[in-house]
Design a protein around this ligand. Structure first.
Ligand code: PHE
Length: 338
């Protein structure tokens, strides 16, 4: 092989490397030229046939070929990753990306605000599980065995004695079976009913229960004053609350509680459907039979209980017309409430 031939080969190998389309093609070229049986080592072996005076130049040229080829292959392999690295280069002159500020969900807000209000009145937060026993959710709350609310069409039953609680009232039972009076608790939490979802119903919603039990006399007036304070703090209402007679198995007497409409202050408007009042809660004096179920001496203790819907307060307070908006996590809706 002459020096001219050598240079021609060298040029061709570099052109082939430049034209290689991917890593596999490059590897093929590496084996072809630099591999143990490749062209460059073969040319090396021909050194003995080269005229002695040409050998130094020839040898230098072959060595140069090898290192040039290696460098070209390494550069080509690196180039495959280059464009990406260049695209990701940090540009300190670009404006920063601001995360959109978060907003607290209206349900969380109402729960937190309610807890704060009742804390000021000496109530502390108690908790209970979403999965309850028949005893805690119904029996100990003096609900007769064939009460319609126990039907499979109303309640999510998980087993013979296991259900998704239909109200937060079972937490009353949990607390009273574990603690002695005086008791002053509120219990926010999830509740479940087999309701078909529409603008005002959801199969999963939230309630907050309140329970006050003591050995000293407690009256319906205490209950009313407590809820009036809550209404005023929560809604900014000045007109207070109204009680209407009602029935619950676990309170006697029982009432339904209306807040004076915070929009029209009782004058009548669209929000309160011209009545001046908005239904908010169920409440009453704890039925002595409930005390019997939890093992309290029913002649010596008395108290009141109430339970209200968190969604209901959130919808009224923030003017939300459809309960489903509260569960859709539509950022546009949540941003409105920031
Ligand atoms: N648990 C009742 C309901 O879900 C509300 C209630 C609570 C009524 C406490 C009286 C006392 O409708």
């Amino acid at each position: 092989m002459t020096l001219a031939e050598l240079e021609k080969q060298q040029a061709q190998s570099l052109a082939e490397v430049a034209a290689a389309l991917d890593a596999a093609a490059l590897e093929q070229l590496r084996i072809r030229y630099l591999g143990r049986n490749g062209i460059v080592p073969a040319v090396m072996k021909q050194m003995k046939d080269v005229a002695p005076e040409e050998r130094p130049v020839f040898g230098k040229s072959v060595n140069n070929w090898r290192s040039t080829l290696e460098a070209a292959m390494a550069a080509k392999a690196g180039a495959a990753e280059q464009p990406r690295a260049a695209g990701n280069a940090f540009d300190p002159t670009l404006p920063g990306r601001w995360p959109a500020p978060g907003a607290k969900h209206p349900i969380s807000r109402v729960i937190e605000e309610s807890v704060a209000i009742f804390n000021r009145l000496g109530f502390s937060v108690a908790d209970g599980p979403d999965i309850e026993s028949r005893f805690n959710n119904f029996t100990a709350l003096n609900t007769p065995a064939h009460h319609p609310s126990m039907n499979a069409s109303d309640t999510f039953w998980l087993a013979e004695d296991q259900l998704l609680r239909t109200q937060t009232s079972p937490v009353q039972i949990r607390i009273m079976t574990q603690h002695q009076p005086p008791i002053r608790i509120i219990t926010p939490g999830r509740t479940y009913r087999r309701d078909t979802t529409d603008a005002t119903h959801s199969a999963n919603f939230h309630q907050m229960e309140g329970l006050y039990v003591d050995t000293k006399p407690i009256s319906l007036a205490d209950l009313k004053a407590t809820l009036a304070y809550f209404a005023k703090e929560m809604m900014g209402s000045t007109a207070g609350v109204r009680f209407r007679p009602h029935f619950f198995p676990f309170t006697e007497p029982s009432v339904e509680v209306d807040f004076a409409c915070h929009v029209c202050a009782g004058q009548g408007c669209r929000v309160c459907k011209m009545s001046g009042w908005i239904e908010i809660a169920g409440a009453g004096m704890v039925d002595p039979r409930v005390f019997d179920f939890v093992g309290y001496p029913s002649e010596e203790v008395n108290g009141y209980a109430f339970g209200f819907g968190i969604e209901r307060i959130a919808m009224i307070k923030y003017g939300i017309p459809d309960i489903r908006w509260l569960y859709e996590n539509d950022a546009r809706f949540l941003e409105q409430l920031r």
